[in-house]
Ligand binder design. Structure first.
Ligand SMILES: Nc1nc2c(ncn2[C@@H]2O[C@H](COP(=O)(O)OP(=O)(O)OP(=O)(O)O)[C@@H](O)[C@H]2O)c(=O)[nH]1
Ligand SMILES: [Mg+2]
Length: 606
């Protein structure tokens, strides 16, 4: 067991893609985790399928490396704003943070959010300017921007004096000064062991440990992760589980297996004392935020209140004519069980039942919910989801909506278009700063206004713009925002699409289907160029005749259909439309499939 004064517990926090997971890779390598010649995958901590596919971290993960006789427990965190809840709660596990900032991009919205949370907890901060190898690095400017940010967030004098390390995670080098030639990560390791304090807590006192994170394994069931706050945790120990916010919870349990983190794995251990980060199994229905205590001294630890969800979608049993054909789990019972399971490990998710077959699922953003949808789909679930809606809040008697702080880096010639579009979406321009050949624009925009905006932004900036946003505040409702300018082309009948049928309607707008695709009446098969829906007959077969008229045959030239990812479907959907999600297909449809009934509803609304 490592003595307490030789333990360091840190989290690596940053905006998305600033290089956290890459830095952990390098720390593992230089921390002697790998055997010589062992094959090493890049971004090894991003172990989930979706994480590897998308190249982003979704769940925070623990690891540990050794440096001299120190053990450094490291938590790699996700940088995407929607997973901010994950970062908030794991910060309780550590005693300091590495704040990574990309040497070219500088501090971005999520840098601000995670730094603020770390400062609130009084954590020591090591600023790591990363990617100094980038040809467009602006090291001095970025250092100033970080200081400005610290000032802005009311850092204490000590936090303001935080050490800065200059680093290229990819090359595995670090240095104390911006112009020093680094050759390894020793300056970073040294700064960690010298600047971050060892954890505190009396190893002889009664056990107390907050569950900060959960994992699941088919063999042992639920696995809890956290830092031993006080006392010593032992294998086979009897404990009591309690909750700071709910005094009625007092549950007996037993620590069956206990593990410490080490490199890529977990090592079984007999016991661990105050300050260590450990994982244990054996308690089936424990959740994040509960405290594990010695049965004789039951004292819950306070748990950070996780920020509220900002958007909501309805997940419902699929009731399209194709229901049940493709999914393995299709009933409301299946859906309920699955969502319940998700709630146990995702504290930023909220689920409320809406009648028999539907659930309102609330989360921290479109990405948060779309990852859940994608995961469920891969597990074999079939269901339907609605468009995202923002969740309003009553503040001092006034209905308020979530407002995001959005930062966009755009080429100069795209600035006009971006400012205009955000203006239409009720956003306010806060600042406009030149950055090399580009401009950085900062806005406050209603979350609602950003739905479906990303693809427009990419078009307006010719794919060269970078934008990101995080929740900033709540403000009184800003009035109507137009969501989509086009209507949908809706299939008239159930059947299989034909080239002839599609050829006849494709100049009405943009098609989403190619020939030979099964469709049903009420399904969306394209976008209409006019601002209204149009029913079209995409399954129409050509009349057979004996005559061969010149130029009428085989010559239908089809425009390739637009294909959609899950996120793009969610961006596209209007309020009266749904997305049918199955393991194989994503189909968009009108909520009301029957044409005449849909017309009547529309008339009523007018
Ligand atoms: N040039 C350069 N690129 C880097 C460096 N470090 C990381 N990258 C690249 O930046 C991209 C993002 O790296 P990740 O390590 O996945 O970033 P992350 O912060 O873990 O991202 P999230 O977990 O999604 O927030 C990858 O393409 C890396 O190869 C560096 O020092 N220099
Ligand atoms: Mg990562």
């Amino acid at each position: 067991m490592t003595p307490q004064e030789k333990i360091r517990n840190i989290a690596i926090i940053a905006h998305v893609d600033h290089g956290k997971t890459t830095l952990v890779d390098e720390m593992l390598k230089q921390g002697g985790i790998y055997r010589e010649n062992q094959a090493v995958v890049d971004r090894v901590m991003d172990s989930g399928d979706l994480e590897r596919e998308r190249g982003i971290t979704i769940l925070a993960k623990n690891t540990a490396v050794h440096y001299k006789d120190y053990k450094i427990n490291i938590v790699d965190t996700p940088g995407h704003a929607d997973f901010g809840g994950e970062v908030e709660r794991i910060l309780k596990m550590v005693n300091g943070v590495l704040l990574l900032v990309d040497a070219a991009e500088g501090p971005m919205p999520q840098t601000r959010f995670v730094l603020q949370k770390a400062l609130e907890l009084g954590h020591k901060v090591i600023v790591v300017i990363n990617k100094i190898d980038r040809p467009d690095a602006r090291i001095e400017e970025v250092m100033d921007e970080v200081l400005e940010l610290l000032l802005d967030l009311d850092a204490t004098d000590e936090q303001f004096e935080s050490p800065t390390i200059f680093c290229s995670a990819r090359q595995g080098i670090s240095a104390y000064g911006p112009h020093e030639e680094g050759k390894d990560l020793i300056p970073l390791f040294e700064t960690i062991v010298n600047y971050i304090p060892a954890p505190q807590g009396d190893a002889g006192a009664p056990l107390q440990m907050l569950v900060s994170s959960l994992d699941y394994n088919d063999y042992v069931g639920r696995i809890c992760i956290g830092r031993v706050e006080r006392g010593t945790i032992r294998q086979n120990q009897e404990v009591i589980i309690c909750d700071y916010h709910d005094a009625s919870i007092r549950q007996k349990g037993k620590i069956v297996a206990l593990y410490a983190f080490d490199g890529l794995g977990r090592t079984p251990i007999q016991e661990a004392s105050a300050g260590e980060i450990v994982a244990f199994s054996g308690i089936a229905d424990i959740t994040i935020g509960r405290t594990v205590c010695d049965p004789l001294t039951v004292e819950p630890l306070p748990f950070v209140k996780i920020s509220d969800p900002t958007i909501e979608m309805t997940f419902a049993v699929n009731d399209s004519p194709f229901a049940g054909r493709e999914g393995k789990y299709v009933t409301s019972r299946n859906l309920r069980d699955r969502l319940d399971r998700e709630l146990l490990k995702d504290v930023s998710l909220h689920v409320t039942e809406q009648g028999m077959d539907a659930f309102n699922v609330a989360g921290r953003g479109e990405m948060h919910l779309s990852i859940l949808i994608e995961t469920m789909r891969r597990e074999g679930f079939e269901f339907s989801v609605s468009t995202p809606r923002v969740l309003t809040k009553i503040v001092d008697g006034v209905k308020c909506e979530p407002i995001e702080r959005m930062v966009a880096d755009v080429p100069e010639n795209a600035m006009g278009a971006v400012i205009e579009k955000i203006g239409q979406r009720k956003g306010d321009l806060l600042s406009m700063t030149p950055m090399g050949s580009r401009y950085r624009l900062e806005f406050l925009v209603p979350s609602r206004g950003l739905f479906g905006y990303r693809s427009e932004f990419l078009t307006d900036t010719h794919g060269e713009g970078v934008m990101s946003s995080v929740l900033d505040s709540y403000a009184p409702l800003k009035g109507d925002i137009e969501r989509r300018k086009t209507g949908s082309l809706v299939a008239h009948e159930t059947g299989e699409t034909t080239a002839y049928g599609i050829g006849g309607v494709q100049d009405r707008g943009q098609m989403f289907v190619s020939p030979g695709i099964p469709v049903y009446a009420g399904m969306i098969v394209g976008a209409c160029s006019r601002n209204e829906d149009m029913t079209v007959n995409v399954c129409k077969k050509k009349q057979l005749t004996n005559m061969r008229a010149a130029g009428s045959d085989d010559a239908i030239r089809l425009v390739p259909p637009r294909t959609f990812s899950l996120e793009q479907c969610l961006e596209y959907l209007a309020d009266d439309e749904l997305l049918e999600v199955t393991p194989q297909n994503l189909r968009m449809r009108k909520r009301i499939l029957d044409h005449s009934q849909r017309m009547r509803e529309m008339m009523k609304k007018r």
